[in-house]
Ligand binder design. Structure first.
Ligand code: GUN
Length: 295
């Protein structure tokens, strides 16, 4: 038996289509502001794609590019101006920030109603209290793909491997919201392989290349691999390639469905960011949220 490949790239493309349709039905144009500090090439690639897809879905994009040595007060001032700018619906500060800047402080400056990354304390609090709010993008994309593969998730055993504030913890809350029985496991969990074998849905988000082995999976499990790890290529000296946190090829024989890396959860992050921008615009401006954005 070979597992079904969960095509996150195709799902994200279709979701962007739904977002574009939703945007065209709104009484105004949502705007996403992106702030990027410094010259990190990977961050610039991410931001370029965020801007491209913002425009492609019919929204307005505003970009602030700041020098690597910008001081914290200048950055905070820009975030506050964006908070006060009536035309701006979502604010994203690309991470990581250079070391001299206090990431937590800068994120906390973002108004929760414009926190399209879902990273502020208010957004985290709303999620844990089950209140309406903006949800973190990668965990939301993970739930969407699991639902796409399995349908209703009620009663499923979901093991989240990883406890980061960006993915693991919010993913646990979001799968709980789907009526899953959720276990959060991590690098210090005893008998980690056995814990994983209990999972109907395994979300791997530890950032360790190919750590989850095929025989850690329950037969037929749905595997959501959030890891993106660049490693040396085994056959091409000097070259690198991307792998997830799951040993993908052998796992095709055990899993029922599995996300590839790349092309799985990755493309969902930007699509969910765009979705959040539309939701933020609707909530703040008192528009009805288009119902084609639910999942
Ligand atoms: N850097 C890498 N991924 C992300 C993300 O989802 N949001 C932000 N703000 N920065 C990132």
């Amino acid at each position: 038996m070979s597992a079904e490949k969960i095509d996150g790239k195709a799902y994200a493309t279709a979701l962007r289509g739904r977002i574009a349709e939703a945007v065209s039905s709104l009484p105004g144009q949502p705007t996403l502001a992106v702030v990027i500090v410094g010259d990190d090439p990977a961050s610039h690639v991410y931001v370029k794609n965020k801007i491209k897809f913002t425009k492609e879905t019919g929204m307005r994009s505003v970009e602030h590019k700041l020098a690597a040595d910008v001081d914290e007060e200048t950055l905070v001032k820009i975030v506050r101006e964006l908070n006060n700018d009536e035309s701006v619906d979502g604010i994203l500060v690309q991470l990581p920030l250079p070391k001299h800047l206090n990431e937590n402080r800068v994120i906390e400056e973002i108004h929760p109603d414009k926190d399209v990354d879902g990273l502020t304390e208010t957004s985290a609090g709303r999620l844990s209290l089950g209140k309406a709010g903006l949800r973190p993008c990668t965990p939301t994309g993970s739930v969407m793909l699991a639902k796409d593969a399995l349908g209703d998730l009620t009663g499923k055993n979901c093991v989240i491997l990883g406890r980061s504030i960006l993915v693991g913890k919010p993913a646990a809350m979001l799968f709980l919201e789907q009526n899953c029985t959720v276990t959060i496991a991590h690098s210090r969990t005893q008998n980690l392989d056995d814990v994983c074998r209990g999972a109907d849905i395994l979300v791997a988000a530890v950032g360790r290349p190919q750590m989850v082995k095929a025989d850690w999976l329950k037969k037929g499990a749905c595997v959501i691999d959030v890891g993106i790890n660049r490693v040396p290529h085994p056959e091409k000296p000097g070259k690198t390639y991307l792998v997830g946190d799951v040993d993908y090829k052998p796992s095709l024989e055990t899993a029922g469905s599995i996300t590839p890396v790349p092309g799985g959860v990755g493309p969902m992050t930007i699509a969910c960011l765009l979705r959040n921008t539309v939701i933020a615009a609707c909530m703040r401006r008192g528009w009805d949220t288009p119902d084609n954005l639910s999942f």
